[in-house]
Write a protein that binds this ligand. Structure first.
Ligand code: SF4
Length: 359
């Protein structure tokens, strides 16, 4: 037991002293305050789910400029929040982000709770984000396990069970290194993240400059490239969609406000319909047209979601005046310049850009 404690102490000391000299400078990290800003930590952690740091930085800066505090975000119009989120993907995050800001403001007086169990009661906050906020924002012990920690633990302890099952072993090992440890929990959690993004990277990790190589079982065995072990990937199923792009001679384009619930819920997109599992989907445009007026583009657009790929057949039609026809209330007529500015979700941006070449 004594030996184990010594290993953990030494491991943490080496990792933390490397972090003190090499940590990344990120806009959500405080440079001077004793503690991080919980609003910034929460916002960045939600944005970073399934999304890279370089993609998140401009969105984070834009959000804190528009809404400098959680109360400001809570008071924002939901459509504005969804519009500013456009392009970051995984739109349920944006809906929950806004709901969470309201709950924190209305029920917690604008202060994020500090304990993981209390944080998990908030919309959009699960095991990972609650542990990240507790440790990073409030400097309290909590085990933070993200993709970086998965990879580091798999190599450090030579975890043989392929992922995703092997993640149970990751958590056990990660807890053994962090549970109850009050020596700089915030810095420790961020040190592992930085190590995973700068040194223990997915391909060709930089073991020669790694501060924890002396503890790393995979490195000592010369088998770094074998970890983490992964179960063979299953091919993603494909779904099919028709996308209808209607413009008029006055410079308008027809957009669609999607239902609040479901994939891309609440976002503004291009008119489409329920996506099918086979190519045999009905042609159901939002606007009636004379025979032959719809033009089908030869090139298709594609987008990859977490659980499926979408193949989009794009139809375009130009009419005289969109404002002169009656439309269901979910449709929005927008100036084309404005449509370019509002930032469609990426899945719609692809067919839109394809069609713009022909408009
Ligand atoms: S020695 Fe290499 S594989 Fe092991 S933790 Fe460091 S960078 Fe990762």
């Amino acid at each position: 037991m004594q030996k184990k404690c010594n290993f953990i102490d030494a491991f943490r000391v080496d990792l933390l002293s490397w972090y003190d000299k090499n940590h990344r400078s990120l806009p959500w990290r405080s440079q001077s305050a004793a503690h991080e800003n919980p609003y910034h930590v929460w916002l960045s952690e939600i944005m970073l789910q399934q999304t890279t740091v370089p993609t998140v930085i401009p969105y984070f800066l834009k959000f804190i400029d528009l809404w400098p505090s959680v109360e400001d975000l809570a008071a924002a119009d939901n459509d504005d929040v969804m519009r500013e989120w456009a392009g970051l993907g995984y739109y349920a995050r944006a809906r929950n982000l806004h709901k969470c800001a309201k709950v924190v403001t209305e029920e917690y007086g604008g202060q994020f709770p500090q304990e993981t169990e209390e944080l998990k009661k908030l919309p959009g906050i699960g095991d990972y984000t609650s542990a990240a906020i507790t440790s990073i924002a409030f400097d309290k012990p909590a085990t933070v396990v993200d993709g970086n920690v998965d990879r580091i633990m798999a190599r450090l302890f030579k975890i043989e069970t392929p992922f995703p099952k092997g993640k149970t072993d990751v958590r056990r090992h990660a807890e053994s290194l962090s549970a109850g440890r009050a020596d700089r929990p915030s810095a420790y959690a961020q040190a592992l993240m930085d190590l995973g993004s700068m040194v223990c990277i997915p391909k060709t990790p930089k073991c020669g400059v790694c501060p924890i190589s002396q503890y790393c079982a995979a490195y000592k065995a010369g088998e770094v490239e074998l970890y983490p072990k992964k179960a063979p990937k299953r091919q993603k199923p494909r779904r099919y969609a028709h996308i209808y792009i209607v413009t008029d001679t006055k410079g308008h384009v027809l957009l669609e406000k999607r239902p609040d619930k479901g994939l891309l819920g609440g976002m503004t997109g291009l008119p489409t319909h329920e996506w099918g599992e086979t190519k045999d989907i009905a042609f159901a445009p939002p606007v009636e047209a004379e025979e032959g007026k719809w033009v089908r583009l030869n090139e298709k657009a594609y987008h990859v979601f977490t659980h499926f790929e979408l193949e989009m057949t794009v139809y375009t039609m130009k009419i005289d005046d969109l404002l002169s026809i009656s439309l269901n209330s979910n449709y929005i007529i927008e100036n084309i310049d404005e449509a370019d500015r509002i930032g469609l979700p990426t899945v719609f941006k692809k067919p839109y850009l394809l069609a713009k070449k022909t408009l």
